[in-house]
Design a protein around this ligand. Structure first.
Ligand SMILES: CC(C)(COP(=O)(O)OP(=O)(O)OC[C@H]1O[C@@H](n2cnc3c(N)ncnc32)[C@H](O)[C@@H]1OP(=O)(O)O)[C@@H](O)C(=O)NCCC(=O)NCCS
Length: 204
């Protein structure tokens, strides 16, 4: 049974200025693989790993089967695997996961962008677009982002968006080979008011 009791419909393209998002496609596989290889060092410290030690190094295996698996999340209603676009070119990924229905109606967001586009505000815009879709389009109530305390760049993303700090989750996620503490940030639909994009652009 899917968490929301249904599949998640493809949201189509979400855009603001030069930044866009859409669900990952099999035709993105080569570009994603090239990006993951090029950004291996950039991403490694923040990469989820399997406690058994059986993790796959990102970019080291063909991406097409991975993309197919990711796209199944829509059908099972468990998540949304977006690619992040800058001027229409794939520059990263944003994943909506841990979708919960029932009395929770919530989800988590994770993200990365290629080092060559870092620092241009791509991720805050992408996250704002997706949160607005999750509240307005999918009808969720709460979105959470969990970040390692050492990840200054990612902490800046949630600061820019004005997410509410909820506290430290100790040994929460297995990252880069060990259980790591994470700072939890969240926003509810009521808190988002006129929307996260409007808030980011200073219109709310
Ligand atoms: C965290 C991340 C997604 C931020 O994305 P982004 O699109 O660069 O976000 P922003 O442009 O808002 O930059 C955020 C902060 O990154 C830092 N930053 C900027 N350029 C940078 C660069 N070239 N290298 C490292 N950090 C940089 C700055 O502190 C910036 O804050 P500022 O705008 O107040 O100066 C990106 O750094 C990334 O993909 N990192 C590796 C993977 C990762 O950490 N994922 C998140 C796990 S929770």
């Amino acid at each position: 049974m899917s968490p929301l009791g249904r599949s998640i419909a493809d949201p189509g393209r979400l855009t603001s200025g030069r930044v866009g998002l859409r669900v990952v496609r099999p035709s993105d596989a080569a570009q994603l693989q090239a990006l993951l290889q090029r950004n291996r060092e950039w991403l490694q410290r923040w990469e989820a790993t399997h406690p058994s030690g059986r993790s796959i190094v990102p970019g080291s295996v063909p991406m097409r089967p991975t993309v197919k698996l990711l796209r199944r999340q829509l059908k099972s209603g468990s998540g949304i695997p977006f690619v992040v676009l800058l001027d229409g070119v794939v520059v990263g990924q944003l994943s909506v996961s841990e979708v919960s229905g029932g009395a929770l109606q919530s989800a988590q967001i994770g993200y990365w962008v290629s080092e060559h586009v870092a620092g241009h505000g791509v991720t805050p815009t992408a996250v704002a677009l997706v949160i607005d879709y999750l509240f307005g389009g999918l009808g969720l109530h709460r979105v959470e982002i969990c970040i390692r305390p050492e990840n200054r760049a990612s902490l800046r993303v949630v600061e820019k968006l004005g997410l509410r700090y909820e506290g430290l989750r100790e040994s929460y996620i297995h990252i880069d080979g060990a259980w790591r503490d994470h700072e939890s940030y969240a926003v509810t639909r009521e808190e988002a008011g006129a929307g996260m994009l409007a808030r980011l652009l200073g219109e709310a």
